[in-house]
Design a binder for this molecule. Structure first.
Ligand code: AGP
Length: 369
C-alpha cells in the first residue's frame, strides 16, 4: 500500500524520484572520489579475460537493450573495442558468430528474462566469456554468467523500468572507464573528467527532478495525442527509444524513437499539427543539426517538446514547450535526459487514468519466450 510507496501515488513515481540515491548506491565502493578512480571487482578478478576481448557483444531485451545501445557507444569510444548490441531473442535463434575472443555482456534487471538467459547459454557453448549486469541478486542470469556487476538500485516494482535503466547505464559507464583505463585507450584528463562528473550525476538528477511540476502541467496538454515521435542523436538516440517505450507501455499511446537525422528518410511524412515530437536538443556537437530538425518539424506545424540546455534561448523561441537540463558531459547525458522523459510518460498515463504500475498485457519479468 501507501507505506511501501513512500508517500508517492505510484511505485513508478517513487522509483523515478529514488534515482539520485540509487545511483549513489550503485557507485558506492566503486568510485573513489579522492583518487578519482573507478574499480569494479569483476575487472580485478577477471582482468585477463576482459582485457583480451577482441569484440564485445551485448545481449538484452527492452529497456535493458536500450541501456546496451548506450554501453556500445561508451565502450567503443573509451575502449576502442568493436561492440555490437543484440536483442537476446534474435541472437539466440540465428546461429550468431561468437568465439572465445568475444566477451558477451548480458544486461537484465530481473535476471530472469528467458531470452537473455538462453542467449547466455548459447554464447557460453561457443566459448565466449560472459559478464552480467543485473539488479536482482542471486537470480538466474547472475548465476549463469562468469562474472558481473550488480546495479544495486533496490527492488524495482513498477513494470515500466526507470531506476534500473539509469543503474545499468551507470554500471556500463564505470565498466567502459575501468576497462579503458586498464587498456590505456583513454586519455588521462578525459578519464578524470568523466569520473568526476559521473560522481556528480546524482546531484544533477536531483536538480532535474525539480522539473516534475512543469512536466506534469505540460503532460496535460498532450493527452489528446494518438502518436508521439521522439528524436535524439548520438548518446541521446537510445534515450529517445527509451522515452518512446515508456510512453507506449503505460499510456498506450503509440510512440516511436528515431535518430533525429533519419527523420527526413521517412517519419517526417507523419508530421502534422496533431503530432507531438519530443526532441533531445541539448548543447553538444550535434546541436545545429538538431536545431534544423526542429525547424523542419515546425514548418510542418508539428508540436515540439524540446529538452534543451539551461539558458538556451534559440530553441525556446521555436519550440512549443521546453524542459531545461543542466549542462553535463555528452557521454553522461543519457543519465540526465532520460529523467524528464520518464516523468512525461508517467504524467501522461496518470492524466489518461491508466494503471501506471501494472499496465495491461505486460509482466515485470518475461520468463517465457
Ligand atoms: C521496461 O520498461 C520493460 N517493461 C521491458 O522492456 C524490460 O526492460 C524487458 O522485459 C527486459 O527485462 P529485464 O531487464 O528484467 O531482463
Amino acid at each position: 500500500g501507501q507505506i511501501e510507496k513512500g508517500g508517492y501515488d505510484h511505485f513508478m513515481l517513487k522509483e523515478i524520484f529514488e534515482q539520485p540515491e540509487c545511483l549513489t548506491n550503485c557507485m558506492r565502493g566503486r568510485i573513489n572520489v579522492e583518487a578519482n578512480h573507478v574499480t569494479l571487482s569483476a575487472l580485478i578478478d577477471y582482468r585477463l579475460q576482459l582485457l583480451k576481448a577482441k569484440r564485445i557483444v551485448i545481449v538484452a531485451c527492452g529497456t535493458s537493450w536500450h541501456a546496451g545501445l548506450i554501453g556500445k557507444q561508451l565502450i567503443e569510444s573509451f575502449c576502442r573495442i568493436p561492440c555490437e548490441v543484440e536483442y537476446a531473442s534474435e541472437f539466440r535463434y540465428r546461429n550468431p558468430v561468437v568465439t572465445s575472443d568475444d566477451v558477451v555482456i548480458a544486461i537484465s534487471q530481473s535476471g530472469e528474462t528467458a531470452d537473455t538467459l538462453a542467449a547466455i547459454q548459447l554464447a557460453k557453448e561457443k566459448g565466449a566469456f560472459i559478464y552480467g549486469i543485473c539488479n536482482a541478486i542471486g537470480s538466474s542470469i547472475p548465476r549463469a554468467t562468469d562474472t558481473g556487476t550488480y546495479i544495486h538500485v533496490g527492488p524495482e516494482i513498477g513494470v515500466a523500468s526507470t531506476k534500473a535503466f539509469t543503474g545499468q547505464v551507470t554500471v556500463l559507464t564505470m565498466f567502459a572507464l575501468a576497462l579503458a583505463d586498464a587498456k590505456g585507450t583513454i586519455n588521462r584528463d578525459e578519464y578524470l573528467k568523466v569520473v568526476k562528473e559521473l560522481n556528480r550525476v546524482p546531484e544533477i538528477i536531483k536538480e532535474v527532478l525539480k522539473s516534475n511540476e512543469k512536466v506534469r502541467d505540460l503532460a496535460r496538454t498532450f493527452t489528446y495525442a494518438h502518436n508521439f515521435l521522439y528524436l535524439g542523436r548520438g548518446y541521446s538516440y537510445p534515450v529517445a527509444l527509451e522515452g518512446a517505450l515508456k510512453l507506449k507501455e503505460i499510456s498506450y499511446i503509440h510512440a516511436e524513437g528515431y535518430p533525429a537525422a533519419e527523420m527526413k528518410h521517412g517519419p517526417i511524412a507523419l508530421i502534422d499539427s496533431d503530432m507531438p515530437v519530443v526532441v533531445i536538443a541539448t548543447h553538444n556537437a550535434m546541436y545545429e543539426k538538431v536545431l534544423s530538425n526542429i525547424q523542419e518539424i515546425k514548418a510542418r506545424q508539428g508540436r515540439v517538446i524540446a529538452l534543451v540546455s539551461k539558458g538556451d534561448n534559440t530553441i525556446s523561441r521555436i519550440a512549443d514547450e521546453v524542459i531545461e537540463l543542466p549542462d553535463v558531459l555528452e557521454c553522461l547525458e543519457p543519465l540526465v535526459a532520460t529523467i524528464p522523459l520518464q516523468l512525461l510518460a508517467y504524467h501522461v498515463a496518470v492524466c489518461k487514468g491508466k494503471n501506471v504500475d501494472q499496465p495491461r498485457n505486460l509482466a515485470k519479468s518475461v520468463t517465457v519466450e
